[in-house]
Each structure stands twice: as structure tokens, then as C-alpha cells.
Design a binder for this molecule. Structure first.
Ligand SMILES: [Mn+2]
Length: 300
């Protein structure tokens, strides 16, 4: 088992430009210490992107095309027994990575670390940004249009946990209630502490599953600290807690089978603050993935 870093350069899931440029920059930054393999998929430059907020199916066809390619690319690597680390791109790219991870298993869990729950449907979306429909698509709550390429098992809402949410739309709350996913808000983190919340999350996502997919959106962090994201959401967590989340993920690395880091937008960053945090998170996870792989080699 080896580690592979996969860049998914698409910003078609959001009306703000720039997150498509994140992966190239971060993969370039990683070159100093990561000598392993990497792959990249970038959105076609000839695409005329829709940024119209009243368009409820913004760039749907192009996103489907991109994610179909990305899904097949990641799935192939999983079948070759790689541990995939995906760098986004806006959060719509995680439909491809999470489902590629689910494809070869009967039942996996997912921990979605994000300021938003991304649990809208084409009916409830306010912005028409498809990134906001990604988790509902992954967990089989409507939005089948976003997983046309997929014929495997869906990730069960009962094995799905969102951490750090604070920007939940009213209609989205109804979707969440109906589906039964677990949501821990930023207030829950403040009240109970990040360690308790993460342990609870791993218990839910790990119960009777064959692995856990992690999807980490940088906008969970307060925009004062990490401004380089497309849709900043006030009252986020501190950098210390952001790093702590990663450490707690690494503590459970034997259960983790794939990892995304998404939403770095270099056009919105200030003094490379967000870029530095992203690199620190990636460096930690790469090291842990490589350790995991070495350990597996010894024991099998
Ligand atoms: Mn987000």
C-alpha cells in the first residue's frame, strides 16, 4: 500500500472563482518534503462557467463530467491499494472521492469537517452552488443526478457525521432531520471540546463499518485565521483546534481509508496564511499515511 496525492482543480461548484487553483499550488508546495506519487485533474479551460445565483443547476453537466473522470481515476488507485489524499477544489469534488472510497466496500462511514453541512437538494438550494449538495448526494439523500457515474453502495446517513457546521440553511435543516445524519456545530465544539466531539464522531462513523472517509473543508477555521476560502463563515474554530482535529484523525488512522482537503482558494488568501495551514495539515496526514502503509507491510 502506497500513498498518492490527487489534485482536483475544479471551482465549478461555487460562484466564486479561484479554488480550482488551490491543488496545483499546494502540490507544488509539498514538493519540498513529499517525494511520493501525485496525479492531477484540472477543469477544462474552455468551459464557460455559470456564476448566476438564480441558476439552480449551475454547471451541473460540467461537474458531472469532471467527477466521472475523477471518480474513475481515484477508484483505479484504490484498487491498486493506494491510500488517496485528495486536494480540492471546491467541495463538489468530494462526491467523486467519497464514492470511490465506498465502491470497493460494503459499508463505510464518513466524517465531514466543514462550516456548512452541504445537505441541500436541487429543490432547497438558495445559491444553486452544487458544492452545497455534495454530502446529501454522497449519502443517497436525493441528488441522484450528481452520482450518475456510481453503482456501488451509498454511505449510510446513520454513519455520517458533520463537524463544525454553523451555516445551515432553514430548508437544509429539514433535509438533515429527515435523513438522520449527525451534526456537531461549532457551539458543540465550544461546549464539549474537540476531543469529545471527535471521539463521538469516530464511534458513529466507525460502528460496524469497513473504514472511514475524511473530508476536511478549510472553512471550518475562522476566516480571520484562514481567509483563503471561497465562502468564509464567521465564528469558526481556532487554528489550534484545526490541528487537533487532524491529530485525532491520525489517532484513528487504522480506520481511515481516504482523506480530502478542500476549498483552499489562493485568490482569497492573505499573506499565505491559509496556504500554510493547508500545508501543515497535509504534511501531518501524509506522514501518518506513510506510517500506516509501512505498518501494514510489516504485519501482512
Ligand atoms: Mn464549506
Amino acid at each position: 500500500m502506497k500513498t498518492i496525492v490527487i489534485g482536483a482543480g475544479s471551482d465549478l461548484g461555487v460562484h466564486i472563482d479561484g479554488s480550482n487553483l488551490g491543488p496545483v499550488q499546494l502540490i507544488n508546495d509539498l514538493k519540498g518534503f513529499y517525494k511520493g506519487e501525485s496525479l492531477s485533474l484540472n477543469q477544462d479551460e474552455s468551459i464557460i462557467k455559470s456564476r448566476n445565483l438564480s441558476d439552480r443547476r449551475k454547471n451541473e453537466y460540467e461537474i458531472d463530467k469532471f467527477n466521472t473522470k475523477l471518480y474513475n481515476m481515484i477508484l483505479e488507485k484504490i484498487k491498486e491499494e493506494y491510500f488517496p489524499i485528495l486536494i480540492g477544489g471546491d467541495h463538489s469534488v468530494s462526491v467523486a472521492s467519497a464514492l470511490a472510497s465506498a465502491k470497493t466496500k460494503n459499508n463505510i462511514g464518513i466524517i465531514w469537517i466543514d462550516a456548512q453541512t452541504n445537505y441541500n437538494t436541487f429543490e432547497t438550494t438558495v445559491t444553486g452552488n452544487i458544492q452545497g449538495l455534495s454530502l446529501s448526494a454522497i449519502t443517497g439523500y436525493k441528488n441522484h443526478e450528481l452520482r450518475y457515474f456510481y453503482d456501488g453502495n451509498i454511505i449510510q446517513p446513520s454513519k455520517t457525521v458533520v463537524i463544525g457546521a454553523r451555516g445551515i440553511d432553514e430548508a437544509e435543516k429539514e433535509n438533515i432531520k429527515y435523513s438522520g445524519i449527525t451534526v456537531f456545530t461549532t457551539n458543540d465544539i465550544k461546549e464539549k471540546g474537540i476531543e469529545t466531539i471527535m471521539e463521538e464522531a469516530f464511534k458513529i462513523a466507525g460502528e460496524k463499518t469497513e473504514g472511514i472517509h475524511i473530508s476536511y473543508d478549510l472553512d471550518i477555521i475562522d476566516p480571520e485565521i484562514a481567509p483563503g476560502v471561497s465562502i468564509p463563515e464567521f465564528d469558526g474554530i481556532k487554528e489550534e483546534d484545526a490541528m487537533k482535529i487532524n491529530e485525532l484523525i491520525i489517532k484513528h488512522m487504522d480506520e481511515v481509508i481516504s482523506y480530502d482537503l478542500v476549498e483552499f482558494n489562493p485568490l482569497r488568501d492573505q499573506d499565505r496564511k491559509t496556504e500554510q495551514i493547508a500545508i501543515n495539515l497535509l504534511a501531518q496526514i501524509i506522514k501518518a499515511a506513510e506510517r500506516k502503509n509501512k505498518y501494514k507491510k510489516i504485519h501482512y
